[in-house]
Write a protein that binds this ligand. Structure first.
Ligand code: DC
Length: 228
């Protein structure tokens, strides 16, 4: 079984950027667990499923087929032979993904996918319940926190780059609404995993956070994975 580095935290805490950078500067593969919840949401919406109906979502999720393919330093997800790209990062998906990811049957399927990933190699997985539920026994568990205004600022900048223009207030409201659902849901709520190392990223650079994680997890600095 490969090494698993777990990085949890709220939206905009820097998990994704950090986990990608950890993968690119060491011998581990980047795994984005939120993208899997987004893919289920995207396919459910495409199939006309009412995402506010947990029974309908639960009945749909066994139909979802995703292929896991190592590309450079990440595990890529393909649906019908192609990566969905930014189609899973629209404001519409943002609005539906939290209720979908609160459905226990969805969580069970995504958790099983994630637990199978170490077959592909050592991994760094970012999400909300990775250190608490998916890999509670991993010795390398981190929780990134950050001030909400700074999180909204980061997310707005990211969204602008994808062509989604929203005000800072809209971005912050959407992010806090997701935090609320993610932290209060019954199954696998967002929380600091017991024993995890907590890093407040508000005033830290990505490089500083990455250095702390690499040091604490004993990941070897390497460039064996070409940046893709
Ligand atoms: O990290 P992200 O914004 O792409 O995550 C999208 C949604 O998926 C987020 O609202 C919470 C959910 N999620 C989750 O419940 N558990 C995870 N391990 C990862 C994401």
């Amino acid at each position: 079984m490969g090494k698993v580095i777990c990085i949890d935290g709220p939206s905009g805490s820097g998990k994704s950027t950090t986990a990608r950078a950890v993968a690119e500067s060491s011998d581990v593969l980047f795994v984005d667990s939120g993208a899997l919840y987004r893919i289920v949401t995207w396919l459910a919406l495409r199939a006309g499923i009412d995402t506010s109906d947990p029974a309908a979502v639960a009945a749909f999720v066994p139909d979802v087929k995703v292929d896991f393919v190592v590309k450079g330093s990440r595990v890529a997800y393909e649906v019908d032979g192609a990566e969905p790209g930014d189609a899973i990062r629209t404001p519409e998906i943002n609005a539906h993904v939290s209720p979908v990811s609160a459905v226990p049957e969805v969580r069970a399927v995504v958790t099983a996918w994630l637990r199978a990933m170490p077959r592909l190699g050592d991994i760094v997985v970012e999400g909300r319940d990775i250190g608490s539920v998916v890999y509670p026994d991993s010795p390398y568990r981190f929780y990134l926190d950050c001030d909400p205004d700074e999180r909204a600022r980061r997310r707005q900048k990211e969204d602008e780059g994808k062509g989604f223009v929203q005000t800072a207030e809209q971005v912050k409201a959407s992010l806090l609404a997701r935090d609320r659902i993610d932290s209060t849901r019954k199954t696998a709520p967002l929380k600091v995993p017991e024993g995890a190392i907590v890093i407040d990223t508000t005033r830290l650079s990505v490089a500083q956070v990455v250095a702390r994680i690499l040091e604490a997890s004993g990941a070897t600095q390497s460039s064996s994975h070409a940046a893709k």
